[in-house]
Design a protein around this ligand. Structure first.
Ligand code: CMC
Length: 390
């Protein structure tokens, strides 16, 4: 007890020490295990970054080969999880389906993970990661009433995911430009220290709830439009601005108007008070990918103009509101033929290793149960009122 300090939204409250991800919001810097995000995005691969986040070091050749082999060993999902998938209506949002299927994995892998045993943790992480891309692809197949595709061990993690999403018949070929773009996006999304979903994973896990259920909570936290759901909301906003035809200023003014709920989606961040370094890389990647695929997208032009206008506006300058990771990612996903309801699933797929690394660190450092306090503002003591007297 003693004095309780209120900090709604935990704006100034540190919840943990962590050795995974470093973020400097003033400078716009991000590092995983000390490696700058720019170098990882350019030189590394998503599978390698998973290992880095989980194990703390870049893998050598043997370690990487073993990691890939272990992922391949778990590259299947029980048929009955497919039956749970089938029970959903097609209108179900893929994020809700993903959270449910991830939680359902617990029932098929009932042995609790002992996080104090490194081998146990290694295999639990591999098991979940190897199955997660199947589940993610399934949410898409379900939405579009497509038959499920068997996972393949020949294409690598991202290639396999891409095939499971998009293969319609034997004429299907893996497009390396698309796989490379997805790989880079997943690296950029792989961890972001104590954000809302990572904190949800840690909080749920702090009561010693199992790994898969804790991750399912993270998926639900990510879904909201103020967090990962912003990538879908950005495209919806840009489409709305385009269809409205009324120009940009009207929307900027709406975003500034405190009596209007409209916000510029993909703008602002709790920690970055400078350009989100991931947004900078993704903006460039969007240019490259659209160029390579020969796609012209009015929405990309619109996004560029919106960014330009907003960054010159006093309101956004004063509040240090810059484009965040979600501002340009949806534009790439769209160019790759991924429907907007799937954008946040793509984010979840990228973020999964980070969530697991956060869960592992939380358990291995024996964090206490998360249990915030409150200041009570309700009634003082009063007597029960009989029904006849109300
Ligand atoms: N459009 C207009 N005004 C904004 C926006 C925006 N997108 N973001 C913040 N503001 C204003 C806000 O109204 C407040 O103004 P004032 O000081 O006059 O009251 C000021 O800027 C500070 O904002 P805040 O809401 O106190 O900041 P927060 O740290 O609580 O919220 C945020 C951060 C990301 C939720 C918020 O900026 C937001 O809603 N952005 C739009 C949604 C979005 O893009 N989310 C993705 C976040 S990044 C990746 C991820 O987490 O998935």
């Amino acid at each position: 007890s003693g004095l309780i300090t209120l900090d709604p939204g935990y704006k100034n409250t540190g919840s943990t020490e962590s050795a995974i991800t470093f973020l400097d919001g003033e400078e716009g810097k991000l590092m995983y295990r000390g490696y700058p995000i720019e170098q990882l995005a350019e030189k590394s691969s998503f599978v390698e970054v998973m290992y880095l986040l989980l194990e703390g070091e870049l893998p050598n050749e043997t370690e990487l080969a073993r990691w890939k082999k272990t992922l391949n060993e778990y590259n299947f999902v029980h048929d009955r999880v497919g039956k749970i998938l089938n029970a959903f209506p097609s209108e179900a949002h893929p994020m809700g389906v993903l959270a449910t299927l991830t939680s359902a994995l617990t029932a098929f892998n009932p042995k609790a993970v002992d996080p104090s045993k490194d081998a146990d943790m290694y295999h639990a992480a591999a098991r979940l990661i190897a199955k997660f891309d199947i589940l993610a692809a399934w949410t898409y197949r379900k939405k579009y009433d497509l038959p499920l595709i068997e996972p393949s061990n020949d294409l690598g993690y991202v290639g396999n995911f891409y095939q499971m999403m998009f293969k319609k018949d034997d004429s299907f070929e893996v497009n390396q430009t698309i796989v490379d773009a997805l790989d880079k996006l997943f690296i950029l999304h792989a961890d972001h220290e104590q954000n809302c979903s990572a904190s949800a994973v840690r909080l749920v896990g702090s009561s010693h709830t199992g790994l898969f259920s804790s991750i399912s909570a993270g998926i639900s936290a990510l879904w909201g439009p103020l967090h990962g759901g912003a990538n879908q909301a950005v495209i919806e906003m840009l489409e709305m601005i385009k269809n409205d035809g009324g120009g940009m200023q009207k929307w900027i003014d709406k975003a500034k108007d405190k009596d209007d709920n409209f916000r510029l989606m993909g703008f602002g961040h709790r920690v970055y008070k400078n350009m989100d370094p991931r947004a900078r890389i993704i903006k460039k990647a969007a240019d490259d990918v659209l160029g390579q695929l020969g796609i012209e997208d009015e929405v990309l032009d619109l996004a560029r103009t919106l960014e330009e206008v907003a960054l010159k506006d006093e309101y956004f300058i004063e509040r240090k509101l810059y484009p965040n990771v979600d501002f340009y990612s949806g534009i790439i996903y769209r160019a790759l033929g991924i429907p907007k309801e799937m954008f946040t699933v793509m984010f979840a797929l990228g973020r999964l290793p980070g969530w697991i690394a956060q869960w592992k660190e939380m358990r291995q450092t024996n964090q206490p149960i998360g249990r915030p306090r409150q200041i009570y503002t309700g009634h003082t003591l009063r007597d029960y009122v009989e029904m006849s007297d109300r």
